[in-house]
Ligand binder design. Structure first.
Ligand SMILES: Cc1ncc(COP(=O)(O)O)c(C=O)c1O
Length: 380
């Protein structure tokens, strides 16, 4: 069996049609679509015209892409601690806000779960800080009927992590619209990037259904990719951790719009929730889960578990055909380490299991059986 990490692209995505209209943020009045979300973050911070010494409070559990983009735009970052439940240490955040009067408080909603926005928005109001919501991992999550990303002044979304699209990052301005962003001149996404990644997504979908054919075609695709690289054809990296100032003006490719017009977003959220709850039921009491709660409207990106040896567990699951994802292993030298102990714990032990909309009940059962067969050591 093969279960991809991300949802695949099938002809069905181009053929289906439904009449519900696009959900937030895809229908937001003020939105700009980039090839990747980090470009939107960069342009937002550039447009905010940071002066030397003006501070952004950023969570110490982060991918690195958002941090690179904020830094490249000239802002000064101070980190606030994230706890083991993925929520900020509100006391520490409040103390930092009182001491530093930050220009921006930057919030990351992890894997679909909401942060305590009421408290953080109140802090922002009290200090006159701008509130930015990073929903790169939380598209379609709407706890209590309010979409994540709709509270802050600005929000950013990564589309290709939740939807079967080859690229796409969205910057949304909910208020205090910045004129500079309207004047941005974006370049077309290179066709090779869009077509290459679309082919990969199609092969993922095929491999999930027919492992051997998909595997063979993947080999051909990989050779073709090597050929393009050796011919020095321009590619914009998608889904990587890295920063290249030369890519910040690349727009989302048009194929994304075509696919997004046709998707059934209620189904995507429902399937992800069903898969989460089914896997939770199968693993309950036998594996350490990072979050067991799933409030109404929350759209989980993955099913996060805590394992002692994350690399070994991920490798074993990949050998069994399960696309487990290891978020944010990046270890920095101690001297420049920006993560506190709790964030380091999350970096070391959280393993993400796929539960996206293409995963069916038999695959969820397979994931559960394989995870349980690994005899994972409990993590302290
Ligand atoms: C929390 C967070 N913010 C921003 C980004 C940037 O997204 P993109 O890869 O679309 O640039 C990522 C990507 O991993 C992320 O995890």
């Amino acid at each position: 069996m093969y279960i991809s990490s991300w949802p695949g692209l099938t002809p069905y995505e181009f053929l289906q049609g439904h009449s519900h209209g696009l959900p937030y943020p895809l229908n937001a009045a003020n939105r700009t679509a980039f090839c990747v979300a980090r470009s939107g973050i960069y342009h937002l911070f550039r447009a905010l015209e940071f002066k030397k010494g003006e501070i952004v409070l950023v969570p110490d559990y982060h991918s690195g892409n958002e941090v690179s983009a904020i830094r490249a735009a000239g802002a000064t970052i101070v980190y606030y601690p994230i706890l083991r439940n993925l929520e900020p240490d509100l006391d520490a955040l409040s103390r930092l806000a009182a001491k530093l009067n930050p220009r921006v408080i930057y919030v990351i909603h992890y894997l679909g779960w909401p942060q305590p926005m009421k408290e953080i928005a109140a802090m922002c109001r009290e200090r006159g800080s701008i509130l930015i919501e990073d929903c790169a991992l939380s598209l379609l999550s709407e706890p209590d009927g309010k979409p994540l990303g709709a509270t802050g002044d600005y929000s950013v979304f990564c589309l290709y992590k939740t939807l079967p699209v080859p690229n796409g990052g969205l910057l949304v301005q909910n208020r205090n619209i910045l004129g500079e962003l309207a004047g941005l001149k974006l370049q077309r996404c290179p066709q090779t990037t869009a077509i290459g990644r679309s082919a990969e997504l199609a092969l993922e979908a095929l491999r999930s259904r027919a492992d051997l054919i998909g595997k063979t075609l993947f080999g051909i695709k990989r050779s073709f990719g090597r050929l393009l690289r050796s011919a020095d054809v321009r590619q914009v990296p998608i889904g990587n951790i890295g920063w290249n100032l030369g890519d910040v003006n690349v727009a989302m490719s048009s194929i994304c719009d075509t696919v997004m017009q046709r998707l059934d977003y209620d189904r995507i959220r429902r399937k992800r929730r069903e898969n989460f709850l089914l896997l939770q039921q199968k693993l309950h009491g036998r594996v350490t889960m990072l979050r067991e709660d799933l409030d109404e409207g929350v759209c989980p990106l993955f099913f996060p578990i805590l394992v002692r040896d994350k690399h070994a567990a991920a490798k074993a699951l990949w050998q069994r055909g399960i696309g487990a994802v290891e978020f944010w292993n990046e270890e920095r030298p101690v001297a420049e380490r920006d993560s506190g102990p709790e964030a380091q714990y999350l970096r070391a032990h959280v393993l993400e299991l796929p539960i996206h909309q293409d995963v069916g009940p038999a695959q969820v059962k397979y994931i559960a059986d394989q995870v349980l067969s690994l005899d994972l050591q409990p993590v302290s």
